[in-house]
Design a binder for this molecule. Sequence first.
Ligand code: ADP
Length: 450
Amino acid sequence: MFDTVLIANRGEIALRILRACRGLGLRTVVAYSQADREADYVAQADEALCIGPAAPGQSYLNQSAILFAAEVSGAQAIHPGYGFLSENAGFAERIEQAGLVFVGPSAACIRTLGDKVAAKRAMRRAGVPCVPGPDEGLPEDPTAIKTLAREVGYPVIVKAAGGGGGRGMRVVHDESGLLDALALTREEARRAFGNPEVYIEKFLVHPRHVEIQVLADKHGHAVWLGSRDCSLQRRHQKVIEEAPAPGIDEALIAEVGERCAAACRQLGYAGVGTFEFLYEKGAFYFIEMNTRLQVEHPVTEMTSGIDIVQQQLRMARGELLGFTQADVRCHGHAIECRINAEDPDTFAPSPGRITGWQMPGGFGVRVDSHANAGYRVPPYYDSMIAKLIVQGTTRADALDRMRLALSEMRVEGIATNVPLHRRILRDAGFDAGGVDIHHLERWLAAGSAA
Ligand code: ADP
């Protein structure tokens, strides 16, 4: 049990966690960098400690500084948010060894699931559908490699077991390119991730990105909270997310959801997590598991009515899951637009002082943001400054509500991608639902900005 939580993150998610802690009556300590010292959420915390200069390596990624901040503030738990140290097994281990609580799964679980080959093997064992391909690293023998690739069938994708952030992957269209792609990926993996293991799987040409949110306690109970579709991406970065994934048979989603919950039980996974799948031609294929809270968790909160961050904290405190799968009922449709401080046409970051800040409101509208008029967006971090989330009875209702909300939104002093979101919400393809992960880039390349 803990009563004080150190928030080792920044921006909107630091505020989101702060609110969840307050809702549970927990004391909060915010660990902030010098670049974030003026942010309102820092002042709102019960205690705030500067952990270093702006550069993430010296602050939000500085494990010793964060552990020291926990020690001096008396925090017994550390919430890592997303990004930064949230999926760092070594950090989770240091927290465990210090006798503190890492708000997330065990270090051992993070380690297993952070290795894509080990994760795939564990998932296949638990009956979670995976992308076709062997769930082990590739052998050294070129002939054996070629045989394996032929069995999978071209095109294949060569992936680094330790890869992440969209790096360490190469698509191979026929046998002539296989061994070169393999050597390049292996070398890249060795240098970037310190792990040369690579594997291959079938490359899916037009998949959607569909994910399942799970919640598990430390006593062997796990539930899934519906699906999300995050196919609208640019450079592997999600731009708009929605729940549920439109146009997919509910019985199929339920079957996959049950498998995900079962996998959590089998792995002894505790906390919140997301099973990421590619979905193509009516089938789900597991690609990876995120062992942390995700940016897009609010769309699931809106449809399920469950405060995911409060639940995450409760699970970390060792509480029993307070409801069963039968109690989870998702209603309506929710959509989230990520609002970034960036040029809507060139995508160049646009940090600086916000001079005007007018947020939309009304029924079914939620804004998660740490920003306001006068806030200076620092140039050192991710450019997301707000998440605009809406809910409607149907997807069409939610789309209408999002159009209205975007029309009310005004941010002055810096450039934002709000105009881009307004244009996407007029795209007939997105409006119809169920676009693939290449849709946004195709649409941008076709000059749909007009
Ligand atoms: P990372 O951990 O780097 O994000 P993922 O395994 O999640 O890596 O893959 C990132 C992205 O790469 C996916 O969202 C998808 O766009 C693409 N991708 C990965 N595996 C495949 C595959 N088998 N077929 C097609 N695209 C893939």
